[in-house]
Design a protein around this ligand. Structure first.
Ligand code: PGA
Length: 245
């Protein structure tokens, strides 16, 4: 059975109320926090489940400015976000690079949070399902067989940071397609342990529509995760997810 996750992706921000005040407020939330690299240790000292937002596609060596998955584990990270659309679109990360990062994260014994999702044009042309399936196929590396757990985050690019979230019905359709693609392309048995999250303008106001279908395993939250009150409201909403079969 997939685990359920609520993940705060701070991106290149810190909560306006301050890291310590924020962490004190959310200390009892069942959640994962993904701060910028340099705050990982500080956050890990006060909060149990920590994720990095990125990692290198190499183990070690002459790669100025990069941070390896092993180093992130040493800083207390349990998860690493891979292939966020901001990495894909702004920094030109392609499926090949993301597959290598996935390998590094699995080799380090960490759980990857693999982000996929279509852009607006692909959705308008009716290609969203096909595009997301292709991204999962590109991530079907042999090392997946060694992974204890993988998290897939469906984050349509047009919904990220725009205030235009996907509807519950759109998310339900893609979650079904992701489950099919996982069964087809990924090692036997892994699909049933893979959590599927939604991300893209999730807020306490729209979360109930997103959980109604009951197939989503949680959320990757950017903007609304920077305010402890809004993030706690999302942690409460997670408790309203229907019981797993
Ligand atoms: P958002 O970001 O909640 O601000 O749309 C989500 C994400 O990029 O992970």
């Amino acid at each position: 059975m997939p685990n359920r996750y609520l993940i705060a992706n701070w991106k290149m921000n810190i909560p306006p109320e301050g890291i310590v005040t924020y962490l004190d407020a959310v200390k009892d939330a069942n959640a994962v926090i993904a701060p910028p690299f340099v705050y990982l240790k500080d956050v890990a000292a006060r909060f149990a489940n920590i994720s990095a937002q990125n990692c290198a596609d190499q183990k070690a060596g002459a790669f100025t400015g990069e941070v390896s998955a092993d180093m992130l584990r040493d800083c207390g990270a349990r998860f690493v976000i891979i292939g966020h659309s901001e990495r894909r679109t702004i920094y030109g990360e392609d499926d090949g690079l993301i597959a290598r990062k996935l390998e590094m994260v699995i080799d380090a014994g960490l759980t990857p949070i693999l982000c996929i999702g279509e852009n607006e044009q692909q959705r308008e042309r009716g290609h969203a399902v096909e595009f997301c399936s292709d991204q999962l196929c590109a991530a079907a590396i042999p090392q997946l067989a060694n992974a204890n757990e993988i998290v897939v985050a469906y984050e349509p690019i047009w919904a990220i940071g725009t205030g235009r979230n996907a509807t519950g019905a759109m998310v339900a359709e893609i979650v079904g397609a992701i489950r099919d693609a996982l069964e087809r392309f990924w090692p036997d048995g892994l699909a049933s342990r893979t959590s599927i999250l939604y991300g893209g303008s999730v807020t306490p106001d729209n979360v109930d529509d997103l959980i109604a279908d009951g197939r989503i395993d949680g959320f990757l939250v950017g903007g609304a995760s920077l305010d402890s009150k809004r993030f706690l409201a999302l942690a409460e909403a997670m408790k309203r997810l229907p019981a797993q079969p």
